[in-house]
Design a binder for this molecule. Structure first.
Ligand SMILES: [Zn+2]
Length: 308
């Protein structure tokens, strides 16, 4: 069955300035790679819809959503956090990003796709219930998870996050909700300095020391994530797919290589086959070395196809 590839041109118009690493060129690099490798030919492409107010309110306070709408500038750039800015196109990009993940859930739940990948920005996993941070405005993956629970009546959704930064926003939103299992690997100590001391039953935080390589990452995933995922038996697997733990990415200090992203994707596909009819919805988070990012998205999608 097809892989859905969900994106929108609005996501390329969100621009926080020339020197900001979370830049429009990230999506261009991914798209160019998919065309050059021919992978684009086997993807079913969809335009991301705007998120509804109801979708956003499933994960954010109404007052916070109002604040973000009010902050959106008609010209220039405004900063809503030390490293997160909005230009006149950002609000629509953020609404598309959250809407993309909800569409991905719809596509895999009604059988139009087996897996969905959301090539979107701004990313979402640092956005907390009441707060924008870390390049993120709305928590796209959490909104998708609640969409799956609320619209389709699922009882168990897994959210796994292999971005190099801890998904503090996702944890803030889902902690204590036993319908969601949140599994995360991340560099520690490192921004956003959270997750290493969590003691929440539905959260599996697995910090990795700076310099950790793919072997350490794989051992951690096998020891910490996979047994909990197997026990939880999710009916849908969702991925916060950040590629900034790559050794070529100078945002952080982990040393993963392309093959590690293939490997972890295959392991997640195996779990999805066991308990979720193969259903996976993956959403782009970080990844700032343009070459590594594009190659790793290719590897991630090829693993969905069973090609590596
Ligand atoms: Zn990151």
């Amino acid at each position: 069955m097809a892989i859905a590839y969900i994106s929108h041109s609005d996501c390329q118009l969100h621009d926080m300035g020339h020197h900001h690493p979370e830049q429009p060129a990230r999506l261009s690099a991914i798209n160019d790679r998919l065309i050059a490798t021919g992978l684009e030919m086997v993807l079913h492409q969809y335009d991301a819809p705007l998120a509804t107010r109801e979708l956003l309110e499933s994960v954010h306070d109404s007052s916070y959503i109002d604040e973000i709408h009010a902050a959106a500038p008609s010209e220039g750039v405004v900063w809503v956090d030390g490293d997160t800015a909005m230009n006149p196109h950002t609000l629509n990009a953020a609404l598309r990003a959250a809407g993309a993940v909800a569409l991905g859930v719809d596509l895999v739940m009604d059988g139009r796709a087996k897996q969905a990948f959301c090539a979107i920005r701004p990313p979402g996993h640092h956005a907390e219930r009441h707060r924008a941070m870390g390049f993120c405005l709305f928590n796209n993956i959490a909104a998708g998870a609640y969409h799956a629970l609320n619209k389709y009546g699922l009882e168990r959704v897994a959210v796994v996050d292999f971005d190099v930064h801890h998904g503090n926003g996702t944890e803030d939103i889902v902690a204590g909700d036993g319908r969601i299992l949140f599994c995360s690997t991340f560099q520690h100590p490192f921004y956003p300095h959270s997750g290493y001391d969590s003691e929440v039953s539905n959260v599996v935080d697995a910090p990795l020391a700076a310099g950790s390589d793919g072997k350490a990452f794989r051992e951690t995933v096998e020891a910490r994530w996979l047994p909990r995922l197997e026990e939880f038996a999710p009916e849908l697997v969702m991925i916060s797919a950040g590629f900034d733990a790559h050794q070529a990415d100078d945002m952080a200090g982990l040393r993963l290589v392309d093959a590690d992203y293939s490997w972890v994707t295959r392991r997640l596909c195996e779990q999805a086959e066991l308990s979720a009819q193969g259903r996976i919805v993956s959403s782009l988070e970080g990844g700032y070395d343009l070459h590594a990012l594009a190659r790793c998205v290719e590897a991630h999608l090829k693993a969905f196809l069973g090609e590596n």
